[in-house]
Design a protein around this ligand. Structure first.
Ligand SMILES: Cc1cc2nc3c(=O)[nH]c(=O)nc-3n(C[C@H](O)[C@H](O)[C@H](O)COP(=O)(O)OP(=O)(O)OC[C@H]3O[C@@H](n4cnc5c(N)ncnc54)[C@H](O)[C@@H]3O)c2cc1C
Length: 408
């Protein structure tokens, strides 16, 4: 893998600084550099760095990326299997619908692309604080002090920028994950298939995402259950016929699911937050890579528009995000309420109706938007009616409610 070294110039002035080199920051730095803007991106770790993530990328992401990231592809995805307790249904588009990527390599390739476009990158340097003095933004790091005219905060859920403006940025969910070797049958059964497991947790799900040599197995649940995640993962592994002890190796990370109720600010004056730092994460599936890439790009495009005239970026960014990201996240949030409250009913609706099955699959793989689904069921009650009274293929009406937490 190529080196990321770019000229190190500390204690200097830049047009724009980007904090964090995940998908949001790397994509922002790339688009800024392409627009000829003097950009410094700062990343606290050495790339390629570890990143806890199942690495699923959907058709939406593939459409956004026009460069060669094949070195990061772990496995091509052709179908998805939804499990509810002991029942399951496989949904397939018959062709490639997405990939599972290796996150350290994927993020490294995105960062290298930004360097090639002309962005300056400092690794192993941590941002400590950010202050605004008149129209200048001052950034203090472990190695120096920098000034810039605009800043993109892309330092993830635990970074410093998500805590700017005094907002208590606690993530809504926690995800725990392990990699399980391909010698296990259950891993081999998931070749080219994403596995989603519902029914064991009231507001979350477990997954098996296949990789080259192994699989990502994990689960995401509300943060209030953080203390129990290892135990829940051990139960899940046992239900798959895997040793419970594998859960001892699990690592966890916060997931800032989007909710309109938090009214969380994501920009002010010339500081714009992108990706997890702004809580742009799908509240149903916890898909965050697409929203990180997209918001990073929107932030860069905004600054390219506003910087030359010294005008404020926040208003323009807010409008761009209101058009490109928030409608979809809002629609996902609306659907997440009946989806998780009535998991068994949702599963039965998927089993019973080919139309609902197709919709679900298309949403998972990014071929259809949540907004289209909400438009078909204009109020939540019509959707609930559809889910709760799903007519099975045999014409039998079912009224079902989901179970509580428990072993599968
Ligand atoms: C268990 C789990 C599984 C997931 N699976 C999927 C999936 O399959 N598909 C999907 O789309 N999404 C998934 N997600 C969500 C996805 O990983 C995130 O939404 C995505 O990484 C957000 O990208 P980002 O660029 O905003 O932040 P990050 O990828 O978190 O990058 C932030 C960067 O900022 C750096 N940083 C932090 N603080 C500082 C500082 N003070 N100074 C300098 N640098 C700093 C960090 O080192 C990091 O490199 C998953 C999340 C979890 C926890």
């Amino acid at each position: 893998m190529e080196s990321m070294v770019s000229a190190v110039d500390r204690n200097s002035d830049y047009d724009v600084m980007v904090i964090g080199l995940g998908p949001a920051g790397a994509n922002a730095a790339y688009h800024l550099a392409c627009a000829g803007i003097r950009t410094l991106a700062i990343e606290k770790k050495k790339m390629p760095r570890r990143k806890l993530c199942a690495g699923g990328i959907s058709a939406k992401v593939i459409k956004l990326l026009d460069f060669d990231y094949s070195a990061a592809i772990e496995q091509e995805i052709r179908s998805a299997v939804i499990h509810y307790r002991h029942q399951s249904v496989e949904m397939s588009g018959g062709e490639k619908v997405g990939y599972v990527v290796n996150r350290p390599t994927f993020d490294h390739l995105l960062a290298l692309r930004a360097v090639k476009a002309g962005a300056e990158i400092h690794e192993e340097e941590s941002v400590l604080s950010i202050s605004e003095i008149s129209h200048v933004i001052e950034v203090k790091t472990t190695l120096g002090i920098y000034r810039c005219r605009a800043l993109i905060g892309a330092d993830g859920v635990n970074g410093v920028t998500s805590h700017l403006w005094g907002y208590n940025a606690r993530p809504a969910d926690i995800g725990v994950e392990i990699h399980v070797s391909g010698e296990h049958d259950i891993v081999r059964q998931h070749l080219h298939k994403l596995g989603f497991y519902f029914g064991a947790f009231p507001d979350g799900y477990a997954w098996i995402f296949p990789r080259k040599e192994d699989a990502s197995i994990g689960l995401g649940v509300p943060l209030k259950q953080a203390r129990h995640t290892r135990g829940l993962l051990a139960d899940f592994l046992e239900s798959l016929g895997l040793p419970r002890a594998l859960a001892d190796k699990a690592r966890g990370h916060g997931i800032p699911l989007y909710s309109p109720l938090t009214k969380r600010p994501f920009c002010r004056r010339n500081i714009l937050l992108a990706g997890d730092a702004a809580s742009f994460v799908d509240p149903i599936t916890a898909e965050g890579i697409y929203y990180a890439l997209k918001s990073g790009e929107e932030a860069a495009r905004t600054i390219a528009k506003t910087l030359p005239s010294n005008s404020e970026a926040a208003g323009v960014y807010k409008d761009a995000i209101k058009q490109s990201i928030l409608p979809e996240l809002r629609a996902a949030w609306k659907l997440s309420l009946p989806f998780y409250a009535f998991q068994l009913a949702t599963f039965n609706a998927i089993m019973a109706s080919a139309r609902i099955r197709d919709m679900q699959f298309d949403v998972i793989v990014g071929r259809r938007s949540y907004q289209e689904i909400v438009a078909q069921f204009p109020n939540v009650f019509s959707l609930m009616r559809k889910i709760l009274f799903a007519r099975s293929d045999a014409g039998k009406i079912r009224l079902l409610r989901s179970g509580r937490v428990g072993k599968k």
